[in-house]
Design a binder for this molecule. Structure first.
Ligand code: N1C
Length: 248
């Protein structure tokens, strides 16, 4: 007990690294490159697995930078065809269902997004292992942790590279459907390129009235971010899950 306490492995407030992290990354990568999107060709799964782990292994888990992930991102840039991209915020499951039904693609449909989805990871200075006990929590420990910085870096590249008409699925059952502190709000929306049109859908929970609309202050804030970048904006609100997923 003494040794475990004083090793420092249990000092963070977030979930520890996912068991078998490296093995899962390797398996997901093999599946993705062989079956899911074989034509997206990123054959180098061993290199990707190594670039992913060396981005954070042996490092201070609170000192992540985007540069740490550059070698990894350069091996598997997140791109999707024009008119196919779907962003989301507080609507993960719904957005994925929508994308699947319409043949559209979210960040989790790109190689790196699919590798990391649902996993957690961090290292420990001076150790070749992952910390499976605890990892820094965004609020309680540090924002610049390897998990958060990964999603920020990947989301930024994804947003920079989308083209045509792209969509975002927002939660119409919360007060601020657009949250400027979310990854969509602070990373993706401000990095869309000027030729893009963004179509926002505000979808509310079944059996409940909507809590936000296209004319509310949070969406006005989104509009002003997009205006500054000359991104065109279309918004539809007051949609139930079934209306949104069905064809209307
Ligand atoms: O902070 P959010 O959502 O607005 O981020 C969602 C936004 C999407 O459009 C994605 O492209 O950013 C991208 N993204 C992911 O794909 C992703 N998968 C898993 C961002 N975050 C992602 N995660 C984890 O979920 C990550 O831990 C992040 O903080 C949450 C997203 O929470 P949110 O507020 O619902």
């Amino acid at each position: 007990i003494y040794k475990w306490h004083h090793s420092g492995l249990n000092r963070w407030h977030g979930r520890g690294s996912t068991a078998d992290f490296q093995k899962i990354i390797q398996e997901r990568c093999d599946d993705y490159t062989q079956q899911i999107r074989p034509r997206a060709r990123s054959g180098n799964c061993q290199g990707i697995q190594q670039a992913f782990t060396s981005a954070f292994i042996s490092k201070d888990p609170c000192k992540a930078t985007k540069e740490d992930y550059k070698p990894l991102l350069d091996l598997a840039y997140p791109t999707v065809p024009c008119d196919k991209a779907v962003f989301w915020s507080k609507t993960k499951e719904l957005a994925h269902e929508y994308a699947k039904r319409r043949g559209l693609l979210t960040l989790e449909d790109t190689l790196l997004g699919s590798l990391a989805d649902g996993l957690s990871w961090c290292g420990e200075p001076g150790s070749p292992d992952l910390n499976y006990q605890s990892c820094p929590d965004w609020k309680k420990d540090c924002r610049t942790n390897y998990f958060s910085v990964f999603w920020e870096a990947l989301s930024e590249r994804f947003a920079e590279n989308v083209c045509g008409t792209v969509q975002v699925v927002l939660n119409g059952s919360i007060e601020n459907a657009f949250d400027k502190m979310s990854i969509f709000g602070r990373v993706e929306a401000p990095n869309l390129s000027p030729t893009v049109t963004l179509k926002a859908w505000l979808v509310h929970d079944p059996g409940k009235p909507p809590s936000d609309s296209c004319s509310g202050p949070s969406i006005k804030e989104l509009e002003s971010i997009l205006n500054q970048r000359s991104v065109r904006f279309i918004c539809r609100d007051n949609l139930s899950r079934d209306q949104f997923l069905g064809s209307f």
